[in-house]
Write a protein that binds this ligand. Structure first.
Ligand code: PGA
Length: 242
């Protein structure tokens, strides 16, 4: 089933998040063709969770810490995100890797997400330089290995991987469908032992180009930043047409 995920990043406070949720819900006229998930900032999670409860809209969080509770000032517990209503958790987004130096411990975050009962959306993707040097797959493969190591196959059942080339995020310049397809098939090959694996594409997805990616057999969904911040365009992404 398609999985369309809106990553609101640090763009909306509680009030604006609720308003956007209202706008999206108003546009749910027909049954959803797939799963629709919004990931508001942590400060809006609880309110958003209350609002989407018993609606077809689902909730995700943008990151969590790898410990479940304790003296970790400023961090977000996976258990608390789950309590707020999150079903999914984005982990290892390139902005987390870039601005917050996340790296090897992403693995522990993925494990913590699973242990708290959520589904991880592990983000992987190469920089422009790495692509130009011909290292795109080596980088992605390494991120997969590092992110998933020592987590049992059973626990990883239902995992989502978001392939997001760093140079395509927020730039308006998406990957070509061919590049996305090639990377998605490599990811599937690498993780072919995992049941229920879903591969999403992310990076400048918008209503005008989503069908180029969603019509590819290897791609099961999209992780969307900018185009998820307006109810109209998010609704168009959910009801994308061939
Ligand atoms: P974008 O962001 O759609 O604005 O490129 C995608 C993401 O960062 O997940």
């Amino acid at each position: 089933m398609d999985l369309i995920v809106g990553n609101w990043k640090m763009n909306l406070g509680g009030r604006d998040s609720l308003q956007l949720i209202e706008g999206i819900l108003e546009r749910f006229k027909k049954p959803l063709p797939g799963e629709a998930v919004v990931c508001p900032p942590a400060t809006a999670l609880f309110m958003a969770g209350n609002r989407v409860e018993e609606t077809p809209l689902q909730l995700g969080c943008q990151n969590v810490f790898y410990e479940r509770k304790g003296a970790y000032t400023g961090e977000i517990s996976p258990d608390f995100a789950r309590e707020a209503g999150s079903k999914y958790a984005i982990i290892g987004h390139s902005e987390r890797r870039q601005f917050f130096s996340e790296g090897p411990e992403i693995n522990r975050r993925v494990a913590a997400v699973i242990n708290s009962g959520m589904i991880p959306i592990l983000c992987v993707g190469e920089s422009l330089e790495e692509r130009e040097e011909g290292n795109a797959w080596a980088v992605v493969q390494n991120q997969l290995k590092q992110g998933l190591q020592d987590i049992s196959t059973e626990k990883l059942c239902g995992l989502a991987i978001a392939y997001e080339p760093v140079w395509a995020i927020g730039t308006g310049k998406s990957a070509s469908p061919e590049d996305a397809q090639e990377m998605a098939s490599r990811i599937i090959e690498e993780l072919n032992h995992l049941q229920g694996l879903r591969v999403l594409y992310g990076g400048s997805v918008k209503p005008e180009n989503i069908s180029e990616f969603m019509t590819l057999a290897e791609i099961d969904g999209a992780l969307v930043g900018g185009a998820s911040l307006k109810a109209d365009s998010f609704a168009k992404l959910i009801y994308w047409e061939k």
